[in-house]
Design a protein around this ligand. Structure first.
Ligand code: FCB
Length: 449
């Protein structure tokens, strides 16, 4: 490992990320309404081992201890999300002031310790009451979301300066409204395209609302973005398949935001999204963000798959390719983050990029009260080195946030894949700082040997 914190400059934002449903628990405490993840995780065979986030890390009760741990690790920036149904139990209308109090305590305690709070407005937990009206597939969501954004600004916006509108819209619309493997478990092209268009509208609208309140807010939104390569390098059909997959996974939400429209030229099926567009939408999809959040974990290899509906392309998972991979079956391939940064940098309208998530799940062992997670440590070092390389080559990357602070509820995979810098015993809520966490602490204190 050949870098220090200083190599990144003094204005580089180092941080750690979490999401409400994955850590908070307290799923029905103090007036919180159910979200789509509360109801989805109660359904049979949706989540590995029948797990759910009812309690998770119980951050709702342990927040002060956990924020103190962020401080102990010398981490200056904390990215977390607001649970929409904790503050608006029905999604719109009546406010739950106990929910507002909770986030105020989180924000205030961060500020007291000198930790900058970064809010993600939407990290996948739509109020269930809104899903009953169609959720993201209903165009009304643009109004519901606007009301929610106004509410967050009203109660938190005097102290919070850094905002991210959406977390990975491709994942929550693709997995939630097309494949049915994430909440709300919907299937099919039409629900996906409707949800995608409305999410893309909200992504820009959220930015506009934030900007209208405060001109010095730093406003961004986040995207899952991976290097996508053809399985067989010189195979023409695989090459075309990779281009389509890239249009879907990397470009679908980014390009309309940048004013380029949907990438339908490279993926014809996206032309059908027009069915959900009204006059003037094309312009409304665009908004000038202060930064783009890149979330990168792996790369994808894609092959031609004639039977695959709509796209005729398929991702070939890491275990099938017999390459090194994490517990998520995601290939360990550090150059992916470098390539993603270089490529994002080719869009001249992107002002600044922050890596808002990067990390890995491995089978950690607790031995004598210690967790020596060598693989995660190596993964983080290798990826941060790639970020530095991109930065040295002129990419305007201004921050890096580890996914994630502590082991938590990993969506459809339940509690099995552990991504934390801190180990959590979910039965006792005991926390142990892993070797990776200790290393990050030293990096941030500029004390690496
Ligand atoms: C990302 C999500 C995050 C977490 C990581 C592993 O796609 O944004 O909540 O689950 O993957």
């Amino acid at each position: 490992m050949h870098f220090s914190k200083e190599d990144f400059g003094t204005d580089f934002k180092w941080g750690v990320s979490t999401a409400a449903y994955q850590i908070e628990g307290a799923h029905d405490k103090d007036g919180k309404g159910p979200s789509i993840w509360d109801s989805f995780s109660q359904k049979k065979r949706k989540i590995t081992n029948g797990h759910n986030g009812n309690t998770a890390c119980d951050f709702y009760e342990h927040y002060s201890n956990d924020i103190a741990l962020i401080n102990e690790l010398n981490i200056p920036n904390y990215r977390f999300s607001i649970s929409w149904s904790r503050i608006l139990p029905n999604g719109t209308g009546a406010i739950n002031f106990k929910g507002i109090d909770f986030y105020n305590k989180v924000i205030d305690f961060c500020l007291e310790l000198g930790i900058e709070p970064w809010i993600t407005l939407y990290h996948w937990d739509l109020p269930d009451a809104l899903q009953k009206k169609g959720g993201w597939a209903n165009r009304q969501v643009i109004n519901w979301f606007s009301e929610y954004v106004h509410c967050c600004i009203k109660y938190f916006g005097d102290r919070v300066r850094h905002w991210m509108v959406l977390n990975e819209p491709m994942v929550f619309t693709g997995a939630g409204y097309f494949l049915g493997v994430h909440a709300p478990g919907k299937l099919g092209l039409s629900s996906f395209l409707a949800a995608a268009h409305h999410a893309a509208m909200c992504q820009a609208e959220g930015g506009r609302i934030l900007r209208s309140f405060q001109s010095d807010y730093r406003i961004g939104t986040t995207f899952s973005y991976s290097d996508i390569d053809p399985l067989r390098e010189n195979h023409e059909k695989d090459r075309k398949a990779a281009i389509k997959m890239d249009a879907l996974l990397n470009r679908l939400f980014l390009e309309p935001l940048l004013g380029m429209g949907y990438p339908a030229k490279d993926l014809k099926i996206l032309q059908k999204i027009e069915r959900f567009m009204l006059d003037g939408d094309e312009q409304k999809l665009a908004f000038e963000m202060d930064f783009i959040g890149l979330q990168n974990y792996t790369r994808e290899k894609v092959c031609y798959a004639p039977l695959m509906p709509f796209i005729q392309a398929k991702i070939v998972k890491a275990n099938k390719r017999k390459v090194e991979h994490t517990l998520m079956n995601w290939e360990v391939y550090p150059p992916s983050i470098y390539k993603a940064l270089k490529r994002l940098n080719t869009y001249s309208s992107i002002k600044e990029i922050l890596v808002t998530e990067n990390g890995a799940a491995f089978a950690d062992q607790v031995v004598d009260n210690e967790v020596d997670d060598k693989e995660r440590l190596q993964y983080l070092q290798d990826h941060i080195a790639q970020v530095l390389q991109a930065k040295k080559e002129g990419v305007n990357v201004k921050g890096y946030f580890v996914w994630t602070l502590m082991d938590n509820f990993e969506w459809a995979e339940g509690f099995h894949p552990r991504f934390g810098l801190i180990h959590v015993d979910f039965a006792t809520q005991k926390r142990i700082i892993k070797s990776s966490g200790k290393w990050y602490k030293q990096l941030l204190a500029n004390q690496l040997p």
